[in-house]
Design a protein around this ligand. Sequence first.
Ligand code: NAD
Ligand code: LMR
Length: 350
Amino acid sequence: MPKGIEGSNPSLTAINSVNQRKQATHMKEPVRVTVTGAAGQISYALLFRIAAGEMLGKDQPVILQLLEITPALDALAGTVMEIEDCAFPLVAGIEQTDDPDTAFGGADYCLLVGARPRGPGMERKDLLKANAKIFSAQGAAIDRQASRGVKVLVVGNPANTNCLIASRNAPNLDPSRFTAMTRLDHNRAVAMLAAQTGSHSTVVDGMIIWGNHSATQYPDIHHCRIDSRPAVELVEHEWVERRFIPEVQQRGAAIIKARGLSSAASAANAAIAHMRDWALGSAGRIVSMGVCGDGSYGIEKGLVYSFPVICENGGYRIVQDLAINDFSRAMMTATENELRQERDDIADLL
Ligand code: NAD
Ligand code: LMR
C-alpha cells in the first residue's frame, strides 16, 4: 500500500479559493504538473519556480503532483512544507506520493527528474543500467494516466535514451509528446560564445545543440548570429574546435568535479525554459530540444536526438534546410552513432 497523498492533498479548500480568485482575476483553470524525484537537488531549485509561475505564466494556477521513492517521502514532506510556507498565489494543490499511477493522474506536464546522478569519472551512459527501468515504468504509467495532450520532459540521465524508453512504453501517446533536455547544453554554449566575443548572452541567436546530452553532443555555431553578425566571423575555428566544443561537452563533468555534485540550479533553470518555450512559444527563436527524429537532416528516424526547433502554438517544429558542412556532418553522425549504441544496449526495454 503506497504511502503518500497524505497531509498536503490538493485540498478542496485550496482549489475553491483559487477558483474564487480565478473568477475575480480572469485566471486560467489549474493544470496538473508532475515532477518526479521531487525531493532531489534539481527539484529543490525547480519546484519553487514552477509554483511562482515562471514556467507556465503568472496567470496559470498549478496542481503539483510530486513523485518520490518510498524512502524519500519524509524528505519530500519537508520540501512540501516549504512550498506551503511560500503561500504561492498560483498553487492550487500539492500531492505527494510514491505511486506513479497517482502522480501522473491527469497530468498536463511531466518533468521526469527522478534518477540517479553520475559521480566523478563516470559518463552519463554509465547510468543507463541503474536508471532505464525507472523510465519504462513511468512511460507506462504516463500512458495509462496522463492527459492525452501531455508534455513530457526527461531530465534524468542519460536523458535522450531514457526519453526513448519512456516514449516507447507509452504506445497510446504520440512520440512527439516526449522530449529530452538539452537546453542546459544550449544555454552553456550561448554563455561561452557570449563571453568569448565580449557580448551579452541575449544577443546570441541561433545556437544549436545536435544529438545526445553527452560528451559527443555537437554545439554548432554555424547558424549563430551575435547582434546580427555571423558568429563564425567573430571567433577562430581553432577556438571552436579545441576549446568551445570540448568545454560545452564536458561542462557537466567540470561542475561535478568542482561541486562534488552534479548541476542542479542551472538544470532546473533549463527545464523551466524548455517547458516554458514549449507551452508558450519561443518567439521565433531557435532553441535545442531532444525530440523523436523524423528523418530530418538524415538522422535515423525514431532516435531521440537534439535538433534546432522553434516552439509555437503549444508545439514545436524542427527547423529545416540549414546548410550542413563536412565538419558538422561528421560531428552529427558521431553523436547519432552513440545514440544508436545506447538504444541497442537497452533494446529489451523498448
Ligand atoms: P538527486 O539524487 O539529488 O535527486 C534524484 C531524486 O530522484 C532522489 O530524491 C531520488 O530519491 C529520486 N528518485 C530515484 N528514483 C526514483 C523513481 N523511480 N521515482 C521517483 N523518484 C526517484 O539527483 P539530481 O541532482 O536532482 O539529478 C537528477 C537526475 O537529473 C540525474 O540523473 C542527473 O544526472 C540528471 N541531470 C540531467 C541534466 C540534463 O541536462 N539533462 C542536468 C542535470 C542533472
Ligand atoms: C549536466 O550536464 O550537468 C548533467 O547532465 C549532470 C551530469 O552528469 O553531467
